[in-house]
Design a protein around this ligand. Structure first.
Ligand SMILES: C[S@@+](CC[C@H](N)C(=O)[O-])C[C@H]1O[C@@H](n2cnc3c(N)ncnc32)[C@H](O)[C@@H]1O
Ligand code: SF4
Length: 403
């Protein structure tokens, strides 16, 4: 079990540091989505902006010694519904509080409608330099099944506009819909690759608890492709994106070299980030000099937007839960998140921060999954990487190797 190390090297300044801002509102609730999103057409954006700024100031106080931000991410919900002036206000507030590294990545998630594509031009003036657009499908039947409000033609127009304005654009597609044939997915993915974007997020449809799709599935409807056929589409996805120069760097994310999403890498590499807004999660390590130990902290804010606003008005933040992770929990976080990445994990880095892994990681479990071909130990002995097959069975690998 990991524990304290005597010779820890902890350099806060060299750790990636990011800020996540959550905008929890959408025009409609999609039937597959379990994100913290709420339908509202009359948001008091002024009040919300004040509260986001207050909470940001509070979160900054939790990390007194911190490097400048390397990434800022507007996620949702639907951040493309935010007024550009509010985005600008939040970016300026973040810059005043934290400072930005020279080439900071500032991403906004956008839905692909003409209004939102236009709003993105305002976001760009405010400082946003990367757009992640939720296209979801390039055919109208797929979009209808997913309960989306836009058509494929709308998405293509919006994408064209945004792609002309921004250097860095990514789109999200959801595949493995019920009855989706390999041929249909191959055609859609070829079309997506023809846009010549530097980044694609390609998610297999998952049926999440508490969603409309989950209810329909419980009633007996087939809501997603079966696992074997979905695995075939996954394999095809790896092959096609590789051939097109956009290999996967994470289970569902593909990028040209240098176009990886720095923000999400901060999560997967267990870096430090603050989460602001309803239902936002933050995780960051603080160094305790007296113990020569880095301590991993976690925060979660109130999910309900009205409740969150009340909490921020009363105490300056909406944090409902704070947690200090044990070294073993932090090591598990690094393993769980890091094995999603094609570069895998470096046990040396984990042991430096969390203490010797000992039996915990080097036991029979690791050898079993290596023997099954799902995990590879690299020649340096310190790097573990999940194989393509392994990344499809990550939950199984994790339950075998983590005690
Ligand atoms: C925060 S959400 C969406 C952002 C934006 N509001 C939109 O809908 O385009 C981020 C992405 O997660 C993916 N996603 C959400 N729920 C999913 C599910 N049940 N299965 C697969 N992908 C999902 C979608 O591709 C979505 O674009
Ligand atoms: S998928 Fe996007 S638009 Fe749909 S409910 Fe979720 S966050 Fe909102």
């Amino acid at each position: 079990m990991p524990g304290k190390t005597q010779s820890m090297v902890f350099d806060q300044a060299s750790r990636p540091f990011a800020l996540y801002l959550h905008w929890p509102f959408c025009r409609a609730k999609c039937p597959y989505c379990d994100f913290n999103s709420h339908v509202s057409n009359d948001v008091d954006t002024e009040t919300f902006g004040d509260a986001l700024c207050s909470e940001m100031t509070h979160m900054a106080s939790l990390m007194p010694s911190r490097p400048p931000l390397s990434s800022l991410f507007f996620g949702g919900g639907t951040p493309s519904l935010m007024p550009p002036a509010l985005v600008e206000r939040l970016i300026r507030h973040a810059e005043d509080l934290f400072g930005f590294i020279g080439d900071i990545e500032i991403t906004a998630e956008a839905n692909p409608t003409s209004v939102e594509a236009k709003a993105m031009l305002g976001f760009q003036k405010a400082g946003v330099n990367r757009v992640s657009m939720g296209v979801q499908s390039l055919d109208d039947l797929g979009l209808k099944f997913l309960g989306r409000e836009h058509s494929a033609a709308d998405a293509l127009k919006a994408l064209d506009k945004v792609n002309k304005a921004f250097d860095r654009v990514s789109i999200d597609l959801i595949y493995a819909l019920p009855d989706q044939s390999p041929k249909a997915w191959q055609a859609m993915l070829s079309q997506a690759l023809s846009f010549d974007l530097g980044h694609l997020s390609l998610y297999q449809l998952t049926i999440e608890n508490g969603t409309v799709f989950h209810t329909r599935q419980r009633r007996g409807e087939v809501m997603a492709l079966n696992d074997d056929r979905a695995a075939d589409l996954y394999e095809m996805t790896q092959q096609m994106t590789n051939d097109a120069g956009l290999p996967s760097y994470e289970i569902s994310n593909h990028a040209a070299l240098g176009q990886e999403c720095r923000h999400n890498l901060t999560y997967w590499q267990a870096g430090d980030w603050l989460g602001v807004g309803p239902g936002a999660h933050g995780r960051f390590a603080l160094f305790d000099k007296s113990k020569n130990l880095a301590i991993r902290n976690a925060t979660v804010t109130r999910r309900n937007p009205a409740g969150w606003l009340d909490a921020v008005a009363a105490k300056g933040h909406g944090i409902d839960e704070t947690q200090i992770d044990s070294p073993a929990d932090w090591a598990s976080e690094m393993v769980m998140m890091g094995l999603r990445l094609t570069n895998g994990i470096d046990l040396g880095v984990i042991e430096n921060l969390c203490g010797p892994c000992g039996d915990w990681l080097y036991g029979d479990g690791v050898e079993q999954v290596i023997a099954a071909g799902w995990l590879k130990r690299m020649p340096n002995q310190s790097t573990l990487i999940a194989s393509d097959d392994g990344r499809l069975r990550l939950n199984h690998i994790l339950s075998t190797i983590l005690r």
